[in-house]
Design a protein around this ligand. Sequence first.
Ligand code: 13P
Length: 340
Amino acid sequence: MMDLKKLNDIANRMVAPGKGILAADESTGSIAKRLDSISTPNTEENRRDYREMMFSAKEAMSNYISGVILFDETIRQKAKDGTPLVEMIARTGAVPGIKLDKGPKPLPFAPGEVITEGLDGLPARVEEYVKLGAGFAKWRAVIDIGKHIPTYNCINANTMTLARYAAICQEGGLVPIVEPEVLMDGDHDIDTCMRITEWVLKEQFHQLHYAGVKLEGMILKPNMVIAGKKAARQASPEEVAEKTLIVLKRCVPAAVPGIAFLSGGQSSLDATRHLHLMNAAGPLPWRLTYSYGRALQADALKTWGGKPGNLAAGQKAFAHRARMNALATGGKWSDKAEAA
Ligand code: 13P
């Protein structure tokens, strides 16, 4: 039997005022790229050491991080001193979470489009992760913008899959993070991103309804409305904030406890500034926070550099970035705070 009160409590903890989510669920292939950028071999031990550096950063974790998304390997790993990493996270007050999707695969009859896999056997996996200490889960769908794409086929398949995942999570006791990501990789303008994001989110909430998902027990993880990286004209931060809020207000029911953005390739500073501007434009019907991967980790990764001697410096860099984003959740971030 689903316990909606419990799911709602977890969801509210995940979007608690002044806190946000650390997305540290890079698959072994994605973390390889991060470690490669600091010339560190992609071994199980190095992956553990890197993540342990963040999870043991007391200041950042206990003050600014409400939840941590983990990859399957990490949720089973132990810190150097033998403490399970999940326990280390839980001790800081943050909720451990798990990435449940198995990544995007080519979508049949849809050139250039993908569908996220991982539904088969999902109820049993949910049961195991609950036992391992997870309180929530994440599933990411990928919608690319290009010539003649996205198609309805792609949006329908991915939003339906996300809704089925979310329903399975809620039945099994995990709060689903629903992440239909419209990529910012193309050369499209901000208004194209706005139109597609609105379409995707409209479809998403229809599908969640048909699947019986209870909105009070989920978190939405959307992209911001932003021009493609290769677009000739980049929109101003104010325009990104304004258009993102317009779309979210049109599409996301107030019953959803919170929205936690992905950073998606924005610079760390842009991701903070955009979040700040949106929260400064409140009051809003839902809590608006971060679930950043790259935008929370980039500085910490570079500062740590794979060297044990840089542990404290890496943690300090992580704490600074987390604190800036925490300020942004209250609309209280500034260039001055950034420089301090
Ligand atoms: P980014 O913030 O790096 O986009 O990662 C967040 C995430 O979890 C993507 O699925």
